[in-house]
Design a protein around this ligand. Sequence first.
Ligand SMILES: C[S@@+](CC[C@H](N)C(=O)[O-])C[C@H]1O[C@@H](n2cnc3c(N)ncnc32)[C@H](O)[C@@H]1O
Length: 492
Amino acid sequence: MSKKTYEDLMGALGRAVYFRPERRRARDIFSRNAGAAVAIGDETYALFDLSLNGLSFTCVTVPASWQPGKEISLAVVVRGQSAYRGRARIARVEPTGAGARVAVALTDGFVDVTRVLELDEDGQLDDDLGAGPEPVRARIPASYREAVERAVHLAQYYRRALARHEARQRHKGREGLERLEALTVRAADALRPRWRELEHAASRAALPLLADPAALRAAKEYTETMLTPLLIEAPMIRRSYTKPLGYPGDYQVMMYYYDNAFEGDSTFARVFHKFFVEHPLSNGVRTRKDLVRDLITSEQERFAELGGDQAHYRVTSLGCGPAREVAEYVARAAGWRGHITWTLIDQEEETLSVAFHDVHRHLARSASRGHISCLNLSFSQILQDPSVLDATEPQHLIFATGLFDYLREPRAQALLAALYQRLAPGGLVAIGNAKSPNLHFWSPEMILDWSLLYRTDEEMRRLGARLPEGAEIEVVLEPGEAYYFLLARKPA
Ligand SMILES: C[S@@+](CC[C@H](N)C(=O)[O-])C[C@H]1O[C@@H](n2cnc3c(N)ncnc32)[C@H](O)[C@@H]1O
């Protein structure tokens, strides 16, 4: 499955302005054994990305003659076979930490990407049939296999039992259907402590694997083979695992969290859907939303104290998703002094539409003055060209939840510094991030293939390393204790 990282998500402007045949990262499209490489003369280099008419590769020592404009002959090699052979012109040589990345434009012919991928898939089939599951199994400690086996047994046992009781009720017609609701609640109550205990045991068994990438990969593959398919009928699990929009945590998943209901077509699916939206990280999504809603309130009151009825309070949410905290603020506030403008930014157009309609519905009923403006942008565009936000004036509160947990430290530090720059004097930036250490990473990481960068208190503080002197920094834990918040205030 090709998964996009949050850094790959470009927003509308990116797609419109920078359109070119899609460049796809080799690590995202090829299997581990593909050995995707570029052969030039007697040397081979690791392929970095590939499109119809161009590619780039990494190179430790770049020959002096490789200047932009120079023509070279090359071959793209996958699974030891030449998938393309032709001439190319060097477009760029970009230094990296370990040498350089060389980008070339193909000058005769094009790469048939579909065929190249097929070559790899055929090789993968040979691997799958030849090696079988034993190498994966052998890579995983017995304690982890036992934890997964217990989870598989529990899931199979209750799937069978609940299907039988569900069928019994369905046979009774209307009366039975009413009883299904009670069956679901009763089953959830009975299973909950067992499933939670099992999640903790599996997290503990998985902890040592976090330091061993090959074992972690094998354990993920094992869990996704053994357990995920048993749970996939639960809507939350299906959407989180299959990632239909290409990335985890899309707006539909966020809505599942916020609705926190029994959903699904069978009692078993409804129970497991609920367990996953009750998971500590999911519960924390709701409690962090409350924290942000309260921050919107307290900062508004603070600001209105100074500015009175003419005050124009400005709030930005980056990676806003459905913007539930804003909708709740507007719905709950009996009214506010002055004027509020919310700027909601997300790379996903569909989520902006959901957010806009939800917030707008409440604003239309409010007697207070408020305005909502949606920007279909990626944070990468903000980093590349901060002027894309010039139309928005300095902000009094900027927050991001469910975004920094995907960004490595240098990117996260740069983004925080860029957001801080957008603050008005006295303004506050609030960044949420999943907490480390914890004993709940197992379900998202291993069952859902949903990786987060969990951060310690110290790592949260380090995000502020590029803030100017004078920034007042604080790290707080939200009430659900699953997410830290870094709060950085600009001096007034
Ligand atoms: C996990 S959701 C969190 C949504 C919301 N903040 C919340 O807590 O309910 C992450 C959101 O970030 C958005 N996102 C991901 N990558 C982004 C990027 N590069 N630029 C802007 N938004 C991004 C996604 O579209 C998604 O709506």
